[in-house]
Design a protein around this ligand. Structure first.
Ligand SMILES: NC(=O)c1ccc[n+]([C@@H]2O[C@H](COP(=O)([O-])OP(=O)(O)OC[C@H]3O[C@@H](n4cnc5c(N)ncnc54)[C@H](OP(=O)(O)O)[C@@H]3O)[C@@H](O)[C@H]2O)c1
Length: 253
């Protein structure tokens, strides 16, 4: 099982402060990676994700960056690219959602969701991926969504952004696979995090969702651990441009 060992690797996980990103950071640390966590409000020290990573015996560093601010994303990318210790694994997981019917979906909501969920992902990946291409190896994992495949309900900006993430995954894989860089995505199903709290608080939506999940339960953030470690490891060396659902069977239904 050594192909899954991440000992000595350095992973950057965005949106690491809570939810899916925190679980991904913990999984990578438990597989051996040191972790740089990034999020909008990540504590300089003492965060829950820091405790998870250090409990696994790995080094943790916190970086606070607001992905709604393109300059902050550019600065983050430049800072990571200039470091002596190269980034081996980039997990593009930070994301936000705005729920409103299309006719009420404001330009501000649209632009904010596209900036945080898509444009920031590209800018950061371009900066960090350039070094991976030059070195001839690296693993990039995007967090896509079921709404990379489906339309969703009253989340047009989010759906457009997540379709974009799936397309970007394939576009970058096409360019970077010959250089030894693997670009893939995980499409989580309905996972119990802050992102889906409004759905779980609505009894009708919550029941409708649950009734459609063959696994007959909502996912939890730790359900993404296995796919994350796999795609970050040399076990996935021949996997390029894949968008892998981890959804309790939702898409197969
Ligand atoms: N939950 C689901 O069912 C589900 C399904 C499919 C895809 N996803 C995707 O999974 C990813 C993680 O979502 P989650 O469910 O774990 O949601 P979450 O609990 O709301 O966590 C979102 C994370 O993203 C960070 N973030 C949000 N806006 C940011 C910004 N402007 N700048 C920097 N960081 C920002 C947050 O930072 P702070 O903690 O500092 O605020 C937080 O760490 C997202 O890309 C989401 O679209 C979730």
């Amino acid at each position: 099982m050594n192909a899954f060992d991440l000992t000595g690797r350095l992973a950057v996980v965005t949106g690491a402060r809570r939810g899916i990103g925190r679980a991904m950071a913990r999984a990578l640390a438990e597989a051996g990676a040191d972790v740089i966590g990034v999020s909008a409000s990540l504590e300089e020290s003492g965060s829950e994700v820091e405790k998870d990573v250090t409990a696994a015996g790995r080094a943790f560093e916190a970086i606070r960056a607001d992905f709604a601010d393109p300059d902050a994303v550019r600065a983050l990318g430049a800072e990571l690219a200039a470091r002596d210790r190269p980034v081996d694994i980039l997990v593009n997981n930070a994301g936000t959602i705005r729920r409103a019917p299309a006719v009420e979906h404001s330009d501000a909501d649209w632009e904010s969701v596209l900036q945080v969920n898509l444009s920031a992902q590209f800018a950061l990946t371009r900066a960090v991926g350039a070094g991976m291409v030059a070195r001839g190896h690296g693993k990039i994992v995007f967090t896509a969504s079921l709404l990379s495949f489906q339309g969703g309900i009253t989340v047009p900006g989010y759906t457009a952004a997540k379709h974009g993430v799936a397309g970007l995954t394939k576009a970058l894989a096409n360019e970077w696979a010959p250089h030894g860089v693997n670009v893939n995505a995980i499409a989580p199903g309905y996972i119990a995090t802050d992102n889906t709290r409004a759905l779980r608080d609505d009894p009708a939506r919550s029941k409708a969702i649950l009734d459609r999940i063959p696994a007959a339960r909502w996912g939890n953030a730790d359900d993404l651990a296995g796919a994350t470690v796999f795609l970050a490891s040399s076990a996935a060396d021949y996997v390029h441009g894949a968008v892998i659902p981890v959804d309790g069977g939702w898409l197969g239904r």
